[in-house]
Ligand binder design. Structure first.
Ligand SMILES: *Cc1c(COP(=O)(O)O)cnc(C)c1O
Length: 433
């Protein structure tokens, strides 16, 4: 559920008209609803709190890569949400937004030594180790920090979880499946058990548990349940071998309705399923939802440049937003509902919705039925709050979309659109030219 609704014939984000935002900030602009973010966090929090017996004091760590805007992180952090991060930059964002290091998880297949050192020194909650080579590098980094006279204070052994690839992939598209046997994430079950033993015997890391994340936009709980059963079995095996396992990080991946889908499991059902699998295990769970929290909390607001009614019968709605602003359709053939900000009368016609970028891939939708729109009309791409702005680029030297946060009747620009001067001044011309 979200708070983008028609009021007096105009689409609003909570109490603010999207026409007002378009007039004052221009387009394309991402608009986020703080109330929707809070609602989504609240649903997850309530579901976890209802199953404390099985999940402990579960940590909900927002996957920062879905939407890393500082104000978005601040809204969630203020509610007690943690952060799942995949780079030093994301850790820095989470910290700047006030999320304590004790709630920050550091994941990713290619963390550099410098990034590991940064995370260790910040004292993040947990580093999710994804390979044996990474574990060796992590141990070496901790050791060298301990020996480094320029590092002030005691360097604590980082808590680590081993990321398991359970050979169960799932998700809305091959490019967002991460738990399949051939995917680059994590290590197979046997290797994970071995790595746990290596970590246990090291003087420099503190293994606390296992992690898994099998994919994104998952609409069927079965593959998730099967993966979590694998994790449960491994926990029991590790304990039989004498290891301590206190935390299980179950990743994110729950799908959201992009358009009228009714098959997306409610968070409460998902959490109840997890509680059933972990029952009696006496562990603390962590969840890393990204899309679930942010997708339906944001829209991309865009203006129609013109309508190209070709003589071959195709009708192109040419927008001022393009693939550089919202890459998901080009990258994953993703579906976004497109709505007029001020609905118009008239029989629906098939439109091809495109941006101005010089790529055929810059096509958001084909044959989408819409009432006839004309130049200067405003439209929104719904469900654009996750994996939208974060994937933006300046391809075709198009200034990146602005970002706005609405909170009840208040709103603020939380990332201004750069000027052309900003863009050009970032590139010093080689002095001999
Ligand atoms: C991307 C990612 C997530 C979030 O996935 P969603 O589908 O957005 O919930 C969680 N954990 C890890 C390790 C990820 O890479």
């Amino acid at each position: 559920m979200h708070f983008f609704e028609l009021k007096d014939g105009v689409l609003h984000a909570e109490g603010v008209s999207l026409e007002t935002i378009a007039e004052q900030v221009g387009t394309p602009t991402y608009v986020y609803s703080a109330g929707t973010l809070r609602r989504h966090y609240g649903l997850m929090r309530d579901a976890c709190d209802a199953h404390k017996g099985a999940l402990g004091e579960a940590l909900i760590a927002f996957a920062v890569k879905a939407n890393s805007n500082l104000s978005v992180l601040k809204v969630l952090g203020a509610m007690g949400c943690g952060a799942d991060t995949v780079s030093e930059g994301e850790i820095r964002r989470a910290l700047k937004a006030g999320i304590p290091a004790s709630k920050i998880i550091f994941s990713g297949v290619g963390k550099t030594d410098a990034e590991l050192a940064f995370a260790i020194q910040q004292g993040v909650r947990q580093i999710n180790v994804e390979s044996s080579t990474e574990l060796q590098r992590l141990i070496a980094v901790v050791k060298s920090l301990k020996q480094d006279p320029t590092v002030s204070g005691r360097v604590a052994n980082p808590d680590v979880a081993i990321r398991v690839n359970p050979k169960i992939g799932a998700g809305g598209h091959a490019k967002i499946t991460t738990g399949g046997a051939g995917d680059k994430f994590g290590v197979p079950v046997e290797e994970a058990l071995d790595l746990y033993a290596v970590a246990s015997s090291s003087e420099h890391v503190n293994p606390v548990g296992l992690a898994c994340h099998i994919g994104s936009q998952i609409t069927d709980l079965t593959p998730l349940e099967n993966a979590f059963k694998v994790i449960r079995g491994m926990t029991e095996t590790l304990r039989e071998q004498g290891h301590t396992v206190t935390r299980l990080d179950l990743g994110g991946g729950l799908g959201v309705p992009y358009y009228g889908e009714t098959n997306t499991p409610p968070p409460a059902d998902y959490i109840a399923m997890v509680a059933g699998v972990l029952d009696g295990l006496n562990v603390e769970a962590a969840f890393e939802p990204g899309r679930l929290m942010a997708a339906n909390a944001g829209v991309l607001l865009s203006r129609v440049v013109h309508v190209n009614e070709r003589t071959d019968g195709r009708r192109f709605l040419v927008l001022d937003a393009a693939m550089n602003d919202l890459m998901r359709p080009a990258l994953y053939e993703a579906f976004h509902d497109v709505k007029p900000v001020r609905p118009v009368d008239g029989a629906a016609l098939p439109h091809d919705i495109v941006g101005p970028v010089c790529e055929t891939g810059d096509t958001f939708a084909r044959d989408r039925e819409l009432a006839p729109l004309k130049a200067d009309d405003l439209v929104v791409f719904m469900s654009a709050g996750a994996y939208g702005a974060v994937m933006g680029s300046e391809y075709n030297t198009r200034p990146m979309a602005a970002e706005v946060l609405v909170d009840g009747g208040r709103w603020a620009v939380i990332k201004p659109r750069p000027t052309y001067e900003d863009i050009l001044s970032r590139e010093p011309i080689a002095e001999w030219l």
